[in-house]
Design a protein around this ligand. Sequence first.
Ligand SMILES: [Zn+2]
Length: 310
Amino acid sequence: MKIALGLVVGFLALFGGGGAAAFQMGQTDYTKAETKIVRLRGNMSLIQIMTPQDLNNILVLTGPEGYLLVDHPEAVANAMVQKELDQLGKRPVRFLLNTHWHYDHVGGNEIYGTDAIIVAQENVRTRMMTAQKPFWSPAAIGPYAEKAWPRITFRDSVTIHFDGDDIEMEHYANGHTDSDSVVYFSKANVVAVGDIYNAKGEDLAGGLDILGIAQSLAAVLARVNDDTIIVTGHSQPSNKRELALYLPILNAQIEQVRREIAAGKSRKEIEAEGLAADWAPWFAPKKFSGGQDFLGQIYGSIQHTNEVNQ
Ligand SMILES: [Zn+2]
């Protein structure tokens, strides 16, 4: 789920100040979707599904052993995903990796889970096994059918050896959710970061722990090189140079909020000040909202008051 940052007063009243307007499960209009295959390099491609609401990325590793996918939007989008996969060649989906538990990333699990091995951080499985009621969703999500539950889970990291690559999943910290994974394709030099980061021109990537997001992005930045392709959940691909510009702005914003808390400012006062000016050139004006929700998330991260179930 991409938590959109528009501050909607009515929405806040409805959800008790939770903070972020959000796309809900079932609200994405896939009948108006446009799909596209972006060849990244070698045997790696990106299937992009652009709906009026959102861009959804599915990362695809192609090889003699079959497909390995990272993320898949809602199950209803499967026909268009499968059509694009067929264009890449008729192969079975052997592995499906989830970067986190949100419905627009695990929608392929129930489709491919009978035959493919689903791998995710252990909290993805835990959350999919029971009904979830995060603040941004008016209706409960799940429980999902058992075939959709990840079959292999891990706490901190796991490596999958498939189609000639070594694919490493790392859970650095709670960030966007408590189930985030960063997925490195060592040979292809591609990394999928899920929803902890968006390329320039999109909304800010938020979640339950912005400090954790900054920690994870620092780990990614330390590991990637100038040729690494950084794939996100909902934006165009990014790279090290761009992430290296983003992270200092994020860290400076966190420190600013920390100073203001120390000076005795309330969450409301900090939110009302808006984002630091450094952010302004970063985002497309029509998507740039002032970031009150994001500042509230930073405040909650520092004060440890954000809900874990997000
Ligand atoms: Zn998400």
